[in-house]
Design a protein around this ligand. Structure first.
Ligand code: NAD
Length: 359
């Protein structure tokens, strides 16, 4: 019999957020706006998904205030300020973001500055829609804050809108979501509910991603992956993250490496490093993948679905490693196994080369 997730001491706080799964998300926005007493929606997208935003605008009719199609990775503050001017000029009273984590990031940055409600329609598995966390970039530096005003009010999940996600992002964005859940399992402030959601989130993504990666995914698989992403994102929003997220933050912010792909490469290495300190907490992950250890399961899974496995392929070079180590060890996050420069150096060298993860 497997043990329950009971802990003798814990604190749990849930936050209000309306979450709807099902087809026809675009058609649901008008009713959600009415429920929020809003009449002028500003639609947000990236330039790459401008056509998706235009389609949504057309369905909103006179409930639409306009469209800003400039969302950018890592939420640059100058982009937010340009969008803020547009928002005021359009007299918008609600934000409607349709896209991946970058578009959700812009919506959150605008909500922080205006207090407007947000309806988010996610089209990737980043999970940002479920968190009160916002990372913003200014003068080449990324800073992160957590604020209840940033948490989206409504999330609408619809498989029809995620199906267009490019194949390389399907797998790396899925690994990004799994990373939130894995780190949630050994967070200092974890609780039985966050662990329950983390394991169910990993199970859902472990079940759905192989079919999506091989191109045989059906609606059920896309929906199951979105369900997993929501659960993993909820864990990210509830408990603290550790070494894995610190490394990805350092590499993404310091070297402009692509967000989801960096998570995919680092995860087995960060878990191998940490697992020796918390083998019991990670055993359920090994069980999900049917392997002796969690890091082996995550490594095998990443290779099976064709996720990127080397930082070199993402553009990092051996000459970057000393600065990467500086960034990763400056103001280190708490981690079950303490983070030291000497121990991290071989981890990053293996991740750079795409070598197997080792404890
Ligand atoms: P992204 O939003 O930058 O999307 C990458 C590209 O794919 C963009 O051009 C986008 O328009 C396009 N795209 C997204 N969905 C698509 C679809 N279904 N069809 C076609 N094209 C699509 O990438 P991401 O990985 O979703 O998000 C990364 C960003 O999210 C980073 O800035 C990261 O910091 C942030 N993030 C924040 C949190 C948080 O809680 N604050 C959590 C996770 C990620």
């Amino acid at each position: 019999m497997t043990a329950s997730l009971f802990q003798p001491e814990f604190a749990y706080a849930s936050a209000p957020q309306r979450v709807v799964f099902g087809p026809g998300a675009e058609g649901r926005v008008a009713a959600e706006l009415a429920a929020l007493n809003c009449t002028r929606a500003l639609v947000l997208t990236t330039p790459q998904q401008e056509n998706v935003g235009r389609k949504l605008l057309a369905t909103l009719g006179n409930l639409s205030a306009g469209h800003f199609a400039g969302a950018t990775m890592h939420t640059p503050v100058d982009v937010t300020e340009t969008a803020l001017l547009a928002l005021h000029a359009m007299r918008a009273d609600c934000l409607v973001a349709i896209g991946g984590g970058s578009t959700t990031g812009l919506s959150k940055a605008l909500a922080l500055r205006t207090g407007l409600p947000q309806i988010v329609i996610p089209t990737s598995f980043a999970g940002s829609e479920a968190t009160p966390i916002l990372g913003q970039t200014e003068a080449g530096k990324k800073t992160t804050l957590s604020d209840p005003r940033v948490r989206p009010t409504v999330i609408l999940y619809d498989v029809a809108l995620v199906r267009t996600l490019p194949p390389h992002l399907v797998v790396s964005s899925g690994m990004n979501a799994i990373a939130h859940a894995v780190e949630g399992l050994y967070a200092r402030d974890r609780n039985p509910i966050s662990s329950l959601m983390a394991l169910e989130g990993i199970r859902a993504l472990a079940s759905a991603l192989p079919n999506l990666a091989s191109g045989t995914g059906q609606d059920r698989d896309w929906g199951e992956a979105l369900y997993g992403a929501w659960l993993c994102g909820t864990v990210l929003g509830q408990v603290g993250m550790a070494l894995h997220h610190k490394l990805c933050h350092a590499l993404g912010g310091g070297f402009n490496l692509p967000h989801a792909e960096t998570h995919a490469v680092i995860l087995p290495h960060a878990v191998a490093y940490t697992e020796t300190a918390v083998p019991d907490l990670l055993r359920p992950v090994a069980q999900i993948f049917g392997t002796a250890t969690a890091h082996q399961g995550l490594s095998d899974f990443a290779r099976q679905i064709g996720a990127p496995i080397s930082l070199a392929a993402l553009g990092l070079t051996a000459a970057d490693l000393p600065r990467a180590l500086d960034l990763a060890t400056a103001n280190p996050y708490w981690n079950p196994r303490p983070i030291t420069r000497d121990a991290l150096a071989p981890l990053l060298a293996r991740a750079l080369a795409g070598d197997a993860a080792q404890p």
